[in-house]
Design a protein around this ligand. Structure first.
Ligand code: HBI
Ligand code: FE
Length: 289
């Protein structure tokens, strides 16, 4: 629903985007022709750099999705990309001014709509910016929405988000953070990247699959939901999937009892390794069965 309803939207302060002309679902129209040549060049620069790294270090599902979207050197038209995506997994891309409230974000995911920021970073933010921009959202997140299993996970995740109360949403946010934003994948070809926060960053890509510093732990939903994270640093813990179905299965449990169980257990600091936990070696090769 895009019609502006009567209720005035709350003023949004401190965020960078233009929140003055949103629809009631916090979306804004995207005009793909409205970007300056400087903005087009920033997109092209980021795309070339990250595509080269993705070809080498992203998981196959990401690369397949990227190819299917046939992203080219111009900032994508969200409506056109949505038509391609919808034919595959029913997902669409909607424009937003930037970060939107959790409950609205979850509501969009639950309806197979992925919010993508309509503005792109400045040249002096090429390597790092605080809020997710169009490049992070579109290049980092959208390609995997073409994968049927990941697409089902993201909708189920949104539904769990809509159901979660304020007391538990931070636990659910960790599941998103350690998969959708910073997830790693163990393939026959070694350790691969799929999290958008990694794939959209040159520095984090090389660090996530190459540095001995962070702990790499086999994905376990309970362990993930107990593990704190920091938003403005290189991660000190990564969780590694063997199969995207693990994510979908994680959304199919009884969350009220899971939350009750987790509330009894101490939070785990990021970077910590518990006694007996097996770290995944950098080679990341699938353990012999
Ligand atoms: N809003 N536009 C946008 N993009 C996000 O990735 C996003 C958000 N709002 C909240 C949010 N992510 C996180 O808090 C999720 O854990 C919900
Ligand atoms: Fe993101």
């Amino acid at each position: 629903m895009n019609q502006r309803d009567s209720s005035p939207l709350p003023p949004v302060t401190g965020l960078r985007g233009d929140y003055s002309r949103m629809a009631s679902d916090w979306t804004v129209p995207q005009d793909p022709r409205a970007y300056s040549s400087e903005e087009q060049d920033i997109w092209r620069t980021l795309l070339r750099r990250q595509s080269r790294l993705a070809r080498q270090h992203a998981c196959a599902q990401f690369l397949t999705g990227l190819a299917q979207l046939d992203i080219d050197e111009r900032i994508p038209d969200f409506a056109r990309a949505s038509d391609v995506l919808a034919r595959r997994t029913g997902w669409r891309v909607v424009g937003v001014p930037g970060l939107i409230p959790d409950d609205m974000f979850y509501a969009h995911l639950a309806n197979r709509r992925f919010p993508v920021t309509v503005w792109i970073r400045r040249r002096d933010e090429l390597d790092y910016l605080v809020e997710p921009d169009l490049f992070h959202d579109f290049f980092g997140h959208v390609p995997l929405l073409a994968d049927p299993v990941f697409a089902d996970y993201m909708q189920a995740y949104g539904q769990r988000g809509v159901e979660a109360g304020a007391a538990n949403v931070h636990r659910l946010a960790r599941l998103y953070w350690y998969s959708v934003e910073f997830g790693l994948f163990r393939s026959d070809a070694g350790l691969k990247v799929f999290g958008a926060g990694i794939i959209s960053s040159a520095k984090e890509t090389l660090y996530a699959i190459g540095s001995p510093v962070p702990a790499r732990i086999a994905f376990d939903a309970r362990r993930v939901m107990r593990t704190a994270y920091e938003i403005d640093k290189l991660q000190r813990t990564y969780f590694v999937l063997d199969d995207f179905r693990q994510l979908f299965e994680a959304t199919q449990v009884d969350f009220p009892s899971l939350y009750a169980e987790l509330a009894q257990q101490p939070e785990i600091p990021t970077g910590a390794v518990l006694p007996g936990e097996r770290l995944i070696p950098l080679a990341g090769l699938r353990q012999a069965a």
